[in-house]
Design a protein around this ligand. Structure first.
Ligand code: G3P
Ligand code: CA
Length: 252
């Protein structure tokens, strides 16, 4: 008989606000995290990368072009230059002047409001392990200021980034992100002692949900914006849904 592995505690809610509040506010800015919280979302996802001088800040794309008034690679600039950019005006005039957020500023907001955070590590090219180490160290430093707070969930598409995070902060929970089911994905998640596998929503089906649960890990899906998808995933027993539509889905 093959008995399921014991599952570690899972302190996170089912619903997670993607990039703070999806597309309703400029992604990954403090304004977005405030808006997500105002819709009742206790947990948000964010994208963390390193500036040229090692500050952990939030930016989804490699470049600044789409979501700021800057140009070029975000990781090529020092924080002092990044901090002067407008990361809100591209979204709408109401958000003009909204700055890029550091992980520290968002962590402070979450910790002050009982909010939970999923930090996706977006590694500097060629430095996945190092990025994982630095982001994990910074997360641990910030959460240490609030003993007893639920730790952030660290996730990445790059196993090496999770390996780096595990080296410095083995106690912080980890999740492997997947946009395809590449060979050995579940073994990799288990080797990295991940607590969760977070798949593109279309990849989940009954067989792999059962496999992941059997291994004692949680199943999460991104980016779930349609009611029909929500119903399909909940019927499959998916444990967490990352959504842009904080205005549509009550996070109960
Ligand atoms: O963390 C889930 C999701 O955010 C991954 O995709 O491209 O939105 O960072 P992306
Ligand atoms: Ca992300």
């Amino acid at each position: 008989e093959c008995r399921p592995a014991a599952r570690s505690p899972w302190p996170y809610p089912r619903w997670i606000a993607h990039r703070g509040a999806g597309k309703l506010a400029p992604e990954n800015t403090l304004a977005a995290f405030r808006l997500g919280a105002s819709h009742g979302y206790r947990m948000a996802e964010c994208d963390a990368k390193l500036s040229a001088d090692g500050v952990v800040f939030l930016l989804h794309d490699d470049t600044l072009d789409r979501t700021t008034n800057g140009q070029g690679l975000g990781g090529d600039q020092a924080w002092v230059a990044l901090s002067r950019l407008d990361a809100g005006g591209w979204h709408s005039p109401a958000y003009a002047g909204e700055p890029l957020a550091t992980l520290e500023s968002v962590a402070r907001f979450c910790l002050a409001n009982g909010g939970l955070l999923n930090i996706e590590i977006k590694p500097t090219t060629g430095l996945a392990r190092e990025t994982g180490r630095v982001v994990a160290l910074e997360a641990a430093r910030l959460w240490a200021q609030r003993p007893g707070a639920v730790p952030p969930l660290l996730t990445s598409f790059e196993p090496e980034a999770l390996q780096g995070a595990r080296e410095t902060q083995p106690e912080l929970p980890r999740g492997l992100l997947l946009e395809t089911l590449w060979s050995g994905w579940l073994e990799t998640a288990i080797e990295l002692e991940c607590q969760a596998v977070i798949c593109d929503q279309d990849l989940w089906e009954a067989g792999n949900v059962a496999q992941v649960h059997q291994a004692g890990l949680r199943t999460l899906a991104y980016t779930v914006n349609e009611t029909t998808s929500v119903q399909r995933l909940l019927a499959l027993g998916i444990d967490g849904l990352i959504t842009d539509r904080v205005d549509v889905f009550p996070p109960a």
